[in-house]
Design a binder for this molecule. Structure first.
Ligand SMILES: Nc1ncnc2c1ncn2[C@@H]1O[C@H](COP(=O)(O)OP(=O)(O)OP(=O)(O)O)[C@@H](O)[C@H]1O
Ligand SMILES: [Mg+2]
Length: 342
């Protein structure tokens, strides 16, 4: 079984087990899998797996934004043309395309609380990905142990290399499980009224503990009196992850500009721009996909931005990445602004 069919099978069986209607869409927008909840609830009676999303569910397709819309992580409302029901469509990137999860509005609320539903689903997608991701280091460990066991008398340096290889693979598995653990635990915190400067300043203070930031000049331009409802620790984690990625992309040398300002439509924008090499155009649409990394094996989990995106979505906002026209990468977090009450 190759890696692609392997992960498709894992994802399909996970998505079939979800208690909500869901479907999988390929990178070119074809519907590749429809779960039994979606079939059972008659959301899309005519669907044929393999047809394009715009044909299978035009009401979802029309409600989605971005280029291409079916691969852009988002939570949008759509009206079911047949039943008239209001539905929320949550799109999340996956290794071979995207998953769309559908929740129905019951009364004025979405089933289960849409943010909580999306978190559960995202955790599930990541766990499905983990099954695939940890199988590589585990296979490597297994082979190495067999090799060491079958070699009669081992030279100390052979043993040393074998053990180093095992330790690196164990570390890779631990990195993945730690990240997921932090993410799953952080879901229970209550949002409070925050000045946007608070999580930004805390994230910047955090960078001072890291040697990687020693030769990086960080400038900040934070407008005063910008308020949001949020979980300070989670937002700090988002900004810190973006700063860390920037420092890694610049190999510890360069400039970072962190800015926060008010935007039209009662929104607050936090942007992090670096003077690094920028992002290859082909990688841009995949950055928020769980496990997408360009770092050497064992150095990056590819979960950093996927988790940031989840946290920002839970705050009613969005995360975007782009290259700046004057060079370097620029990450933008958009959040709903909040009035400060006296
Ligand atoms: N500022 C940046 N400049 C250039 N590329 C970036 C930048 N930030 C992120 N990337 C790219 O996005 C990829 C995904 O980032 P993400 O944080 O999700 O995972 P990672 O950094 O590779 O792994 P981990 O976060 O576990 O260390 C990176 O591997 C890198 O290719
Ligand atoms: Mg990262």
């Amino acid at each position: 079984m190759n890696a692609f069919s392997d992960i498709s099978d894992i994802l399909a069986s996970f998505i079939d087990g979800l208690p909500w209607p869901a479907l999988l869409v390929s990178e070119s927008g074809e519907v590749t899998f429809i779960n039994h909840q979606m079939k059972a609830q008659g959301h899309l009676p005519e669907i044929q797996a393999g047809a394009h999303l715009s044909v299978v569910c035009p009401h979802f397709y029309n409600a989605l934004q971005g280029t291409p819309p079916w691969l852009t992580p988002q939570d949008v409302d759509a009206r079911n043309l047949q039943t008239g029901a209001q539905q929320r469509v949550s799109v999340r990137r996956l290794p071979l395309g995207a998953c769309m999860l559908i929740t129905e509005r019951t009364g004025s609320e979405f089933d289960l609380g849409s943010a909580q539903t999306a978190r559960l689903a995202s955790l599930g997608f990541m766990v499905a990905g983990v099954c695939h991701e940890v199988s590589n280091p585990l296979t490597a460990i297994h082979s190495m142990v067999q090799l060491l066991q079958s070699s009669g008398s081992l030279q100390p340096d052979t043993l040393e290399r074998g053990l180093t290889n095992i330790a690196a693979n164990v570390q890779r598995v631990l990195n993945i499980t730690r990240r997921l653990n932090d993410f799953s635990r952080s879901g229970i915190d209550q949002k409070t009224l925050l000045s946007v400067g608070q999580p930004v300043t805390e994230a910047l203070q955090n960078t001072q503990q890291h040697a990687l930031f020693r030769n990086i000049a960080v400038e900040q331009s934070i407008e005063p009196d910008l308020w949001i409802m949020g979980v300070a620790d989670q937002l700090e984690q988002v900004i810190f992850n973006i700063l860390l990625n920037a420092a890694q992309a610049m190999n510890g040398n360069g400039r970072i500009l962190v800015a926060a300002c008010a935007k039209k439509g009662a929104r607050v924008e936090i942007s992090v721009r670096d003077s690094g090499p920028g992002i290859a155009p082909g990688h841009l649409p995949r950055l928020l996909e769980p496990f997408f990394t360009t770092k050497p094996a064992g150095q990056g989990t590819g979960l950093g931005l996927a988790i940031c995106n989840e946290i920002v979505a839970e705050h009613g906002g969005s995360l975007c990445a782009d290259n700046h026209p004057e060079g370097g990468a620029c990450f933008t977090v958009m959040l709903p602004a909040h009035e400060r009450r006296a």
